[in-house]
Design a protein. Structure first.
Length: 99
């Protein structure tokens, strides 16, 4: 799929991302994994608490993994076929693609 550049009135490119699918992952008690990600970019949104996240083929999020503030979000590049692990709360994980 080719990227299409959307321009503002001055001809400057506007970054637009399409969220194509999402899932909720509950890592409240222990690290929990998403399904396999078939994309190059994910948006991870904390639905409640401070989250710790890690990506990889079989990740386990730890207390020292990347932090996302409570009710915050993180856009993260990811290798196709990997997963996102979440610890500390609930997350919504969306696969993103350019238009």
């Amino acid at each position: 799929m080719a990227l299409r550049l959307v321009l503002d009135v001055n001809g400057n490119p506007i970054p637009i991302i399409n969220l194509v699918s999402s899932e909720d992952v509950d890592g409240t008690a222990v690290s929990a994994q998403s399904s396999v990600i078939n994309g190059d970019l994910v948006r991870i949104v904390s639905l409640d608490n401070i989250l710790r996240v890690l990506t990889g083929p079989n990740p386990t999020a730890l207390a020292t993994s990347i932090a996302i503030p409570a009710l915050g979000e993180l856009w993260l590049p990811i290798q196709r076929g990997c997963k996102v692990a979440v610890l500390g709360g609930k997350a919504n994980i969306s696969i993103a693609e350019g238009l």
